[in-house]
Design a protein around this ligand. Sequence first.
Ligand code: KG4
Ligand code: ZN
Length: 337
Amino acid sequence: MIVLGIESSCDETGVGLVSEGVLLGDALASSMDAHARFGGVVPEVAARAHLESMLPVLHEALGKASLGLGDVDAVAVTAGPGLSTAVQVGLASAKALAFALGKPLYGVHHLAGHAAVDVLEHGPLPSCCVALVVSGGHTSLLLLGDLGKDPIVHLGDTVDDAAGEAFDKVARVLGLGYPGGPVVDRVARDGDPHAIAFPRALSRPSDPAYGFSFSGVKTAVARWVEARVDAGGEVPVADVAASFQEAVADVLTRKALAACREHGVDTLLLVGGVAANSRVRALAEERCAAAGIELRVPPIRLCTDNGAMIAAVGDLLVRAGAPASGLDLGADPSAPL
Ligand code: KG4
Ligand code: ZN
């Protein structure tokens, strides 16, 4: 069974082909550059870019896998959450393919895709694990059972900004450009992570154990920089970047480890664009090693949005005998898991 997966929930147009847990080929186009001057993703610009890229990306993925459309046995597509108009482009493409090929269609939750993608790199997941999905759009802790069969339990989410969004906004405050994560990461290497004590929100015992909040730390950075400029001082950009990054990495990894401990789970999945962050990875490795927990991080190109992750979920659903979606499947920008 060969499953074709389509992803279009944000600014990446992705197509992947997966069979029995093996990635056969995938391709990706990004409209990130078109959003740079706005400092964030503009939904209409993203949707138009998906329309332009969908067919070339589809053909590129099929070419890499040395397959034709006639080889496809099922079509999986991100049905949400995401930018509504962007999701619609992927959905319309997937429905057209499923209808024309006479093959089943599977609507996939975007976060399930982020969690499932590691299967393509490191093989089947254990029957229970915790996933920290941390990107520009999400910061979620998930409890996974048997993917494709058991429902995914949402343990917690951010109440405001996603961690990646905070990286992007802090980069803007520091004049480092967009997307901010990679450049903050790079600049932070020359800074002191303990130079400034930025807040770790929702860290008191009375706070929701798996809730996150990054709008406070972002504002704290902006105020600190403003005060330094007003006082006529130089802004120590590397120290600010390193201290901010440390605060985010500390909260993310502490809560993820606490979730593993509470649920008696010995595998942690770290996925999403922010999994590329060197400090988040290092701290996760250090804390997992100390707690005897196995850390699984897919390669970065699979951590960020892509079509292979949606095909990976479709492949699990097909193999689990899950019911297909109807051709009336709608986009659900805030779909629950
Ligand atoms: O998963 P992704 O490609 O897209 C979604 O948001 O779904 O994640 C993109 C986010 C951006 O906010 C970007 O700044 C962040 O991931 N990011 C990083 C790093 N690389 C990408 N954040 C921190 N450190 C990085 N090295
Ligand atoms: Zn994503």
